[in-house]
Design a binder for this molecule. Structure first.
Ligand SMILES: Nc1ncnc2c1ncn2[C@@H]1O[C@H](COP(=O)(O)OP(=O)(O)OP(=O)(O)O)[C@@H](O)[C@H]1O
Length: 605
């Protein structure tokens, strides 16, 4: 029942996506009919030739030229008609595909950031590229092939009835017989097909994972057999394939054999009718020839029915993208003045698993805030909520009092710049990448952002400086260099709020300190939220927030947290010991059990 509803919805979606563009597709159908009729013309010519051969053999030679001319004309017509039908269907297909892609991309452009983030690039690529591509075969080829496959048996049947209705019935009776024979074997094929699709998808995923992990497997010298998931999926796949083969092959063989068994009925009947003088030898001969291929085109339809579920699945994957237009977006606000950032009672779950619980905070305009906490405590999730990339499931995350995740893209982009550790660089020059948010940024602004992001030295070292191309043909940048570019790009966006989610992972302790100091001195008006793993340089932050297991367990300045938070003290001790070891190893003696010594004090003497 649910299945039927799914199918009905998918057909509705297909009709909607092809609306206003189906005329050429429909125009291809009568042209296909002409091609099918032209394909049958040789049989009619054969009939006339046999009739002449039997009635007046001496007249056949004179007729041959005429027959050859008709045959050539029929072939030419068939070629032209099929050509025309395919041209029409291809035009319609590419027109429809382009319209679907434009529609998908237009909807994606309206998609909220958190929605794009949750779906992932792979799934979106699958919908916009592969799923639309798959429709090409359906629209451009299958429409003509299926129309021909359905029209041809109907035309042959009509021709057979014209030849003789009894011979026609003898030929056509094997169709229902073949279906009845195969039905028993084919029962449950739909369920098998669903299971097979699932097994294929699982095998594909396991194969991709295996291929991705090959370098790791090699490092640890593991054989393919040690990759249990792939082995299990392969076993499942082969077991299912064997079961389906055992079940369907006898049915399929019986189906095709019975389809070809029309001669068993036709020959005795033809001989009997001929004996009684009710049909001519030419009629029997033509019925034999026509009967041999009457159902063959229908086999194409069964191939098509196997591809249909894949095409439908692709359409269903597009549906959520096409529903995006219905998502409510806030109209742009006119508020100016300092940006107010506030979270109150924010809860967030990933697939039901609680990640953040009852988080409330405010970021004062122009303040420098650092978020620290153990790995997996939810820092990145919180940063994404502040930036409007994710929407909280409970509570409020607002910018100027308006839900951050519901802001229109242009308004959010005016307010927040967000940089993470995963950096995407477009192919183009370093300058193009930096000026993504503000193509009109001046040379001084670019230089300032680059200097603050600690990227100046490496950009100067590039072959063409800011104009070096960043892609596989140009400079290959290290992970740290790419991160610095991402930070500079966020700085250049000139937004009142800057969220850096571990975007300073490139920096060692000294570089992080230099970066924070330059950031505060150069962009004093910005409200900054930094997710940091290293503490160095955060001593002068206006607010340090401590997140543990999804809850804010501490907030305050460096000094107040050193006094009040055991976690912060412990974290600081570890970091201070690390630097003492790396910077001052020969003389290092951190004083054993005493209170940890902050780096600034250590380096000052
Ligand atoms: N897209 C996602 N789907 C499901 N779970 C997720 C997703 N992203 C993060 N998580 C889970 O949410 C929890 C918090 O992740 P998050 O990245 O916010 O922590 P974090 O404090 O930034 O960690 P780290 O310091 O290691 O980067 C983790 O347990 C993680 O497994």
């Amino acid at each position: 029942m649910e299945h039927t509803q799914d199918h009905a919805d998918t057909w509705r979606l297909l009709r909607l996506l092809t609306a206003g563009r189906r005329a050429r597709l429909f125009a291809a159908l009568p042209v296909t009919l002409v091609a099918v009729l032209a394909e049958l013309a040789p049989f009619w010519l054969l009939y006339r030739a046999i009739e002449t051969l039997i009635a007046a053999p001496q007249a056949l030679a004179a007729m041959l030229y005429e027959l050859a001319a008709w045959l050539a004309a029929a072939l030419l017509l068939k070629y032209l008609a099929y050509g025309g039908a395919y041209v029409l269907s291809h035009h319609a297909a590419y027109d429809i595909m382009a319209a679907i892609r434009c529609r998908l991309v237009a909807h994606l452009a309206r998609a909220p950031l958190h929605w794009l983030h949750e779906r992932g690039a792979g799934a979106l690529k699958q919908s916009v590229i592969q799923d639309v591509e798959r429709m090409e075969a359906f629209l451009a080829h299958h429409t003509v092939e299926i129309a021909a496959a359905v029209m041809a048996p109907l035309c042959v049947a009509a021709l057979l009835f014209w030849v003789d209705w009894r011979l026609a019935l003898a030929v056509l009776s094997v169709g229902p017989l073949a279906l009845a024979c195969s039905w028993g074997f084919m029962r449950g094929a739909g369920r098998d097909h669903d299971q097979f699709s699932r097994a294929t998808a699982e095998l594909n995923n396991a194969t991709v994972e295996y291929v991705r992990n090959m370098p790791v497997m090699k490092v640890f010298c593991r054989a393919a057999a040690d990759f249990r998931l792939l082995q299990r999926r392969l076993e499942d796949y082969y077991r299912l394939a064997e079961r389906i083969t055992r079940r369907t092959v006898p049915g399929w063989s019986l189906f095709t054999s019975v389809l070809g068994a029309h001669l068993l009925l036709l020959l005795p009947l033809g001989a009997w009718l001929h004996g009684r003088g009710e049909v001519t030898a030419a009629q029997v001969a033509v019925a034999v020839v026509l009967g041999a291929g009457v159902f063959r085109p229908l086999l194409k339809v069964s191939r098509f029915s196997m591809e249909m579920p894949e095409i439908f699945a692709g359409l269903r994957r597009m549906a959520p993208i096409l529903r995006l237009a219905e998502m409510p977006r806030l109209p742009a606000a006119t508020a100016t003045g300092p940006l107010q950032v506030a979270l109150s009672g924010v809860d967030f779950r990933y697939r039901g698993r609680p990640i953040l619980a009852d988080v409330s905070l405010t970021l004062a305009p122009g303040s420098f805030n650092v978020l620290v906490g153990p790995s997996g405590s939810g820092k990145s999730t919180l940063a994404q909520i502040v930036a409007g990339v994710l929407a909280p499931q409970a509570g409020q995350a607002t910018l100027n009092g308006r839900p951050a995740a519901a802001l229109a893209d242009d308004e959010r982009a005016r307010l927040v710049a967000f940089a993470t550790q995963d950096v995407f660089l477009f192919s183009g020059s370093v300058r193009d990448n930096l000026c993504l948010a503000r193509p009109q940024a001046g040379e001084d602004e670019i230089r300032r952002a680059v200097r603050v992001a600690q990227a100046e030295a490496f950009i100067l070292g590039l072959p063409a400086g800011l104009d070096t191309r960043v892609n596989e043909l140009g400079a290959r940048l290290s992970g740290g260099e790419r991160q610095r570019l991402a930070v500079a790009r966020a700085l250049l966006a000139d937004t009142p709020l800057l969220v850096l989610d571990e975007a300073t992972a490139f920096a060692d302790s000294m570089t992080q300190r230099a970066f924070f100091e330059a950031l505060r001195a150069t962009y004093a008006d910005k409200t900054v939220l930094v997710v940091a793993h290293r503490l160095y340089g955060i001593e002068r932050a206006d607010q340090v927030l401590i997140l543990e297991a999804g809850r804010l367990t501490g907030r305050g300045t460096h000094d107040s947290l050193l006094r009040e938070s055991a976690y912060y003290r412990a974290m600081w001790r570890c970091e201070a010991l690390g630097v003492a070891w790396t910077l001052a190893r020969p003389a290092a003696d951190t004083g054993g059990e005493g209170e940890p010594t902050p780096f600034a004090e250590m380096t000052n003497g």
